[in-house]
Write a protein that binds this ligand. Structure first.
Ligand code: F6P
Length: 365
């Protein structure tokens, strides 16, 4: 009888609990394995004793009623997560850094695990893979991140919900913008990838969409606003991805420039420039972590369930160092190495960029 672990690592997003539920239902329900839910990502394995929740057949019926059924619609992760502390240079309380990778590996072996399912973005998956190689961990990866930037998969868990939330925000801003003749700037997350801004911007009818992959010129943005003004449309919806950059200082992302203050920094900066150059009244909304929370969309519940079931099947087949992925309307598995070697940003030639241009949306170039 196998004993498998599951952990959620890096920033949370909607749909993680759907994966946990699927792994327990399939691992325990179908295979009669034991599933160990490790708490707070690798920190749970690092702790002595390791921190975990146990799911096995005897408790499944009660758990189904108590927790598991609710998981489908719960945001966040019941296991907890963290994106703090690279285990290979772990920050200690005395200000020094220590390699704690062996503590994590020991935690895996102490728990008697046969395999580990790691749900993470590119950063977490790279760390988990390094740990797996160093410590003989049988790892299967599942991609998650609202940013949708994990390589080798068309979509990651959390992106759809975040896009829905950003679209709804734009829908709400639309009417207040029109009522007051204002330029509304909506700043969304995405790190150095503009997937959320592009998708939600098109779906929500933005007039301008700025993404990190296409450096913007503020004059192009202002020109679009003036054109609309000339047509008697005195309001404008401007979607801004958090790491956009101008044609000046191209290689430096605003995340790096603004550091911890990045949220709200770039949207405010662009709104001020628009106001100064066009005379329009501007307002800024920074959507922030609202994009990560709340009830998962049906798509994220589906994807989470499908990824969870497929990851368990990979373990049953003894296929490790693989990540489940979504390609051409199918779940496939790809080497984790392939997924982490590419950071999937928006391709300026991709369909959605062409769609935006076809609709007359200003992309700032
Ligand atoms: O990677 C997910 C993400 O939400 C990014 O879109 C954003 O830049 C970052 O995490 C925010 O991180 P934190 O939750 O640490 O503020």
């Amino acid at each position: 009888k196998k004993r498998i672990g599951i952990l959620t690592s890096g920033g949370d997003c909607a749909g993680l609990n759907a994966v946990i539920r699927a792994v327990v239902y399939h691992g325990v329900g179908t295979y009669n394995w034991e599933v160990i839910g490790i708490k707070e990502a690798t920190h749970g394995l690092m702790s002595d004793p390791p921190k975990f929740i146990q799911f096995h057949l005897e408790t499944l019926d009660n758990l189904k009623l108590d927790i598991l059924d609710n998981l489908l619609l719960m945001g966040g992760t019941i296991l907890g997560t963290t994106n703090k502390g690279n285990p290979f240079a772990f920050p200690m309380s005395d200000g020094t850094f220590r390699d704690r990778s062996s503590d994590i590996i020991n935690g895996y072996h102490k728990l008697g695990l046969d395999a580990l399912i790691g749900i993470g973005g590119d950063g977490s998956l790279a760390i988990l893979r390094r740990l797996a190689q160093q410590g003989g961990i049988n790892l299967v990866g599942i991609p998650k991140t609202i940013d949708n930037d994990v390589g080798a998969t068309e979509v990651s868990i959390g992106f759809d919900t975040a896009t829905n939330i950003a679209t709804e925000a734009l829908d709400r801003l639309h009417f207040t913008a029109a009522s007051h003749n204002r330029v509304m700037v909506l700043e969304v997350m995405g790190r150095d990838a503009g997937h959320i801004a592009l998708a939600a911007g098109i779906a929500g009818g933005a007039d301008v969409i700025l993404i990190p992959e296409i450096p913007y010129k503020i004059d192009k943005v202002c020109q679009k606003i003036r054109t609309r003004q000339a047509k008697g449309k005195n309001f404008c919806l401007v979607m801004v991805s958090e790491a956009v950059r101008t044609e000046v200082g191209e290689q430096v992302s605003h995340i790096q420039q603004l550091g911890e203050d990045r949220l709200g920094g770039i949207g405010k900066y662009i709104a001020e420039q628009i106001g100064a150059k066009t005379g329009a009244e501007t307002r800024v909304t920074v959507l922030g972590h609202i994009q990560r929370g709340g009830i998962p969309s049906p798509m994220d519940r589906l994807l989470g369930s499908a990824f969870g079931v497929a990851a368990v099947d990979l373990i049953a087949q003894g296929k490790f160092d693989q990540m489940v992925a979504w390609k051409n309307r199918e779940i496939v598995s790809v080497p984790i190495a392939e997924a982490i070697k590419t950071y999937r940003t928006v391709d300026p030639e991709e369909t959605l960029v062409k769609t935006a241009r076809g609709l007359g949306i200003c992309l700032g170039d």
